[in-house]
Design a protein around this ligand. Structure first.
Ligand code: PLP
Length: 433
């Protein structure tokens, strides 16, 4: 153990990390492409894009250059009463690639704040018109972030239980798993019929944190259509799905309907800096067009639309919109699909799904498969030891790599997963897992 790790432990509290019984953090010195390089000479492939944010690889020269150039010109300025070129360019460029009904860009700091802004925008939309709507609909298993509003519309479980008394009430419909879709649709219609619903918030087509669970987009289209026909604001949380993750630029591109509000973050800056964006239609903003000061949207953060962050997001869009990036996403999808077919036949594998650049499957085991299960804590070091960073969600193993990952790197990951599945029964028997 190096001195750095001791100093880390004395001074730092890490996210989502139990304080006892966990592996020590690894000291990363630098990163390039899909590789993380540790101070003790290890190379680790980042197969989860560092919590799903990195899309073009680490320390990308084009992004680094954008940060450096902007930092020496204008590093930050208050965004109320002032504006700047990187923010204007980014807003215009986002509006060009987002669903055509999106008209305005509201900047914030991360995925959770993008969701907070979306919900506040929706509630005040009604409030400004003197209408009271109290309900919000979400889908079981949802994850929308870790702030209080975002937690409220997310799955209630072990992560939220200390805070449950302080979360606002939400009407949850079951996750449409293919077998219960008709019940979900019935329930959804019943809640809409109460005429008391302000908003419907959802992760379009796939839920991330609940285990990369994909659901029927036709059903989602039906839900959005009905909601919008009844004046309910539809909030698409594309924090995970945005910027090419699902193959299309946005999950919305695979749907017939367009959302009223969208939440973006993660891939927005290529994974280099933190930023959130909430977009809305002109109709939403129109409810705020008033000389009555009380109809102002009183929300903002100190670092709203930071120029360096906007500059790196612009640079990330340069790369995202190249033919090369599109081809890489298609290639990833092909490779995942082929590998998915191969392992689907393995007796230890169930529910393999591929969506764009994501592949996920469940470990078919009769052991406890909750997030807290033992296997999860042993799978992680198993793969780290082989030089691969994955972070299983319960018994769900998934890959969500940067789009630039090479075929060789992918094959190495696939082969390691395959070897793991072969070794699994022996590992269990020897209590090595
Ligand atoms: C990660 C995530 C968030 C929260 O984003 P943070 O930047 O971690 O706050 C919200 N919604 C979805 C769908 C996410 O995957």
């Amino acid at each position: 153990m190096t001195d750095w790790i001791k100093r880390d432990e004395l001074a730092i509290w890490h996210p989502f990390t139990p304080l006892r019984g966990m592996e020590k953090p690894l000291m990363v010195e630098r990163a390039e492409g899909v590789n993380l390089y540790t101070d003790d000479g290890k190379t680790i492939i980042d197969a989860i894009s560092s919590w799903w944010v990195n899309i073009h690889g680490h320390s990308h020269p084009h992004l680094a250059q954008a940060i450096a150039t902007q930092a020496s010109r204008l590093e930050h300025v208050i965004f109320a009463g002032f504006t700047h070129e990187p923010a204007i360019r980014l807003a215009e460029r986002l509006l060009q690639i987002l669903p055509e009904n999106q008209a305005k860009i509201f900047y914030s700091d991360n995925g959770s704040t993008a969701v907070e802004v979306a919900m506040k925008m929706a509630f005040q939309f009604f409030h400004n018109q003197g209408v009271e709507k109290r309900k919000i609909i979400a889908i079981d298993g949802a994850y929308h972030g870790d702030t209080f509003g975002a937690m409220s519309v997310g799955e209630r479980g072990p992560f939220t239980s200390p805070f449950d008394p302080y979360l606002f009430e939400v009407d949850f419909v079951d996750f449409p798993n293919g077998e219960n879709d008709e019940q979900v649709w019935q329930h959804f219609q019943e809640i809409i019929a109460t005429n008391d619903v302000a908003a419907f918030i959802y992760e379009p087509i796939a839920q991330g944190a609940s285990g990369m669970r994909v659901y029927d987009k036709k059903l989602l289209d039906r839900m959005i259509s009905l909601a919008q026909a009844e004046g309910v604001i539809c909030i698409a949380d594309e924090v995970m799905t945005g910027f090419g993750r699902t193959g299309e630029l946005f999950a919305a591109d695979a749907l017939e309907t367009n959302p009223d509000i969208m939440c973006l973050s993660k891939g927005l800056t290529g994974g280099a800096l933190a930023m959130g964006v909430t977009t809305c239609t002109q109709k939403i903003q129109d409810a705020y067009q008033s000389s009555d000061l009380m109809k102002t949207f009183f929300h903002g953060h100190s670092f709203t639309a930071n120029p360096i962050t906007c500059a790196v997001a612009n640079a990330s869009l340069d790369l995202l919109l190249t033919d090369e990036c599109t081809a890489n996403r298609a290639r990833l999808n092909d490779r995942h699909t082929t590998f998915g077919k191969k392992i689907a036949e393995h007796p230890l594998v169930r529910n393999t799904r591929v969506l764009g650049t994501i592949i996920a499957f469940e470990l078919n085991t009769d052991r406890d498969t909750s997030y807290f299960n033992e296997a999860r804590h042993h799978l992680y070091p198993y793969f780290i030891e082989k030089g691969i960073l994955i972070r299983p969600l319960g018994n769900v193993i998934y890959l969500i790599p940067p789009y630039i990952i090479s075929n060789n790197e992918l094959d190495f990951i696939y082969q390691t997963i395959f070897n793991f599945l072969e070794e699994y029964p022996t590992l269990i028997k020897n209590n090595a897992l």
